[in-house]
Design a protein around this ligand. Structure first.
Ligand SMILES: Cc1ncc(COP(=O)(O)O)c(C=O)c1O
Length: 433
């Protein structure tokens, strides 16, 4: 495979765009961060004319694959009447109605434009509602790139503190020095340690935020009873429980992880899979908490919030799903599980230590001899990241594009033939490793 045109464009990009990329994770693609000219359904084509089956899918948003016709039609229809009103329009309400009919939590919504922003709002709201200064996040969980939250996502273990008493480890230079003071870090999937932390921080924790399925670290599922335990601890200690469903929302089921796992939080955030690839985010919350956003006590704004294109795309997406939610998610899940099984079989044939973990619509691969990875520290200790990076590159050279962080996103338009092609490429790549 030839990457000459992408290489030339990336050289030019480095003189124009810092690092040649607009989001840092994109810089990790090898042999070169690619330039694309087109995507449709499960496939992508790069500037050299190479074709890929794509499992990056925009890092999750493209739940229907690239450029779905029904989204294009809806956006074209509505955008003829204007792009940004800085005012209200009825379609917004239709999206809110659709979303609230699917999400178990219910209550009121507020729209924003990205997952990072909506996670800022939800933490501000938790503090505003409880009057407490701190919030608790878990190691291995990602909630955007701002100063408030870019701690202990994937920290080097020598900076992360003891296993049962993790400390906030900043992931970037330049963050506000005081921002770590108001964060409490906990190991996920460990109720006993969380209970101790709650005792220690009595009356200090406004809210607990988590990815209810840990999609940003090896797609780890919560242990049985864990989410219920966290919910009960939160309520006993007067803290709000926040699910960051930016990845899981509208991806793992119509009602997200909370519907799939049967635990309802107090507040939940959504973004990626909500609008078929268009930028939109949403906070859903109980009315008694959301009333602080409603009356402006907790401030939230944004010029691009509920712009006409994103709202049209969200409306088309959610309507498409709502027409047959069971069928839609059964099919997406079946496809994902078929691929996961195929990858496991390919790994057995190639005698590779590939672990495939997750639930179908989203899953992860890693190289480890462990039968399961159940928290961030296990991931850091027992998974061979360099080997996985090499695997991602080999897959690319075999026509399959994977995210460098090991997360796979299924699209409803991935075909059986594409899945078969992926499994063949995986076996070839694993043998070459
Ligand atoms: C769980 C989770 N929350 C929040 C975010 C931030 O969303 P965005 O990239 O739209 O700002 C991400 C992005 O990957 C995410 O995975």
């Amino acid at each position: 495979m030839n990457f000459q045109r992408s290489e030339a464009l990336f050289r030019r990009a480095n003189d124009l765009v810092a690092g040649g990329v607009s989001s840092q994770i994109r810089r990790g693609e090898r042999p070169v961060p690619l330039f694309f000219v087109r995507g449709k359904g499960g496939k992508l084509w790069d500037a050299d004319g190479n074709e890929y089956v794509d499992y990056v899918q925009g890092m999750g948003p493209n739940i229907f694959g690239h450029a779905p016709d029904f989204i294009i039609e809806a956006v074209e229809r509505d955008m003829k009447n204007g792009f940004v009103y800085a005012g209200q329009f009825e379609r917004e309400l239709e999206v809110a109605e659709l979303a609230l009919s699917m999400v178990p939590l219910g209550g009121l919504v507020r729209f924003a434009s990205s997952g990072t922003e909506i996670d800022q709002l939800v933490l501000r709201l938790a503090r505003g509602y409880t009057g407490r200064p701190k919030y608790l996040k878990f190691e291995g969980h990602y909630h955007g790139w701002t100063d408030t939250v870019l701690y202990s996502v994937h920290p080097p273990l020598d900076q992360a503190g003891p296993d049962d008493a993790p400390v906030p480890a900043g992931e970037s230079q330049g963050m506000a020095p005081g921002s770590a003071n108001d964060i409490v870090i906990a190991p996920w999937n460990d109720l006993a340690t969380l209970e101790e932390i709650f005792e220690r921080e009595a009356g200090q924790i406004a809210g607990v935020i988590m990815e209810p399925i840990l999609a940003n670290t090896n797609c780890i599922l919560p242990k049985p009873g864990y989410l219920e335990g966290v919910r009960d601890l939160c309520h006993r200690h007067g803290s709000v429980l926040i699910f960051d469903e930016v990845i899981t929302g509208f991806r793992v089921s119509a009602g997200g992880a909370q519907a799939l796992l049967g635990v309802t939080p107090d507040l939940a955030t959504y973004a990626k899979s909500m609008a078929g690839g268009f930028p939109i985010a949403m906070l859903v919350g109980k009315p008694e908490i959301m009333k602080l956003v409603a009356d402006g006590t907790v401030y939230h704004g944004g010029s691009f919030n509920s712009n006409v294109m994103s709202v049209a795309a969200a409306h088309a997406s959610l309507s498409h799903i709502a027409a047959d939610p069971d069928g839609f998610y059964r099919d997406l899940t079946d496809k994902g599980l078929q691929l996961m099984d195929g990858l496991r079989s390919a790994a057995r044939r190639a005698e590779a230590d590939l672990l495939v973990q997750g639930i179908g619509p989203v899953f992860a691969t890693s190289f480890t001899t462990k039968p399961e990875i159940s928290d961030y520290r296990e991931q850091a200790r027992y998974c061979d990241e360099a080997k996985h990076r090499k695997f991602v590159q080999l897959m690319l050279e075999n026509g399959i594009r994977l995210a460098t962080n090991g997360r796979w996103h299924m699209a409803s338009t991935h075909t059986g033939e594409e899945i078969e092609r992926t499994i063949r490429a995986a076996e070839k790549s694993l043998r070459a490793l």
